[in-house]
Design a protein around this ligand. Sequence first.
Ligand code: UDP
Length: 325
Amino acid sequence: MNILIVGGAGYIGSHMVKLLSVAGHQVVVFDNLSKGYRDAVLEGEFIEGDLANLEQLERLFSSSRFDAVMHFASFIEVGESVRDPAKYYRNNFSNTQNLLDSMVAHDVGHFIFSSTAAIFGEPRYTPIDEVHAKSPINPYGRSKFMVEQMLEDYDKAHGLKSVCLRYFNAAGADVEGDLGERHNPETHLIPLVLQAASGRRDAIAIYGNDYDTADGTCVRDYIHVQDLCAAHLLALDSLRKTGNSNQFNLGNGLGFSVRQVIDCAREVTGREIKVVNEERRAGDPAVLVADAARAKTVLGWKPSLSSLEKIIETAWNWEQSFFSH
Ligand code: UDP
């Protein structure tokens, strides 16, 4: 297949590009490099371009015939989305609409969308399955949920078939050490903990130790980035076979607290990791854990790299190899 990867220079997109090429597909990456890195695109054709630019989109879709589009290009910082909602609605929603309109105009009918657990908001029960109420509590989550709703409408009106993959906490790095997480600024727990282990930062802040959880810190469902990418490939196969749009929650179904993550990182790295306790971060639910039964049954997805040790080990490998020079 010839697959367009929007945001293929970013963290998850770049792992996807590698997996698709290994699986024998052709890829074209379209990325504005606002967050991604040209050198993270290891395979395929790279086009620097922006979803806000309709002429570039028209050129892109006229130049190649795509069998499917995967869309990884969104902003992901909850706090920033609260301070600057326009940035999130413009990029995550309006620019996605530009992309979908180009797909409809050029008769490209298969779309895999990077959605998020943030569409659910404060969990009403846990683990969270696909039918859980969607009640996002910040502009980031709302911008993603609006795309999911738009996709339902575009399916009805235009027959555009899509799969929404709702990531819980994407983490880890390429097992062969070729790729990893390079967010700037970094806000995610595991890379920050490992920066504290390597000495690139003094300590890791724990945002809140008075949550209603076993050790008082927030519990999250960490899922290896390559397991997430494997789910995209299965989702695409299933979409092409069945022709049905669908949505899947992607996680391990296991929760680890912030303290458990730090303890595991101490074991894996053998380093001391200093901790400072800070106030709760606004908008953090106490527990977010996925029920991924639908992905397992319908797609045959089986996470294989997702023990916390493996996630941290691959991320540590990346931290040490990439950031040590
Ligand atoms: N967290 C923390 N210290 C940090 C970064 C994150 O205690 O420096 C906590 C955060 O409050 C949340 C968990 O770690 O409970 C995971 O946060 P992350 O930003 O990695 O992902 P999110 O769950 O927000 O998508």
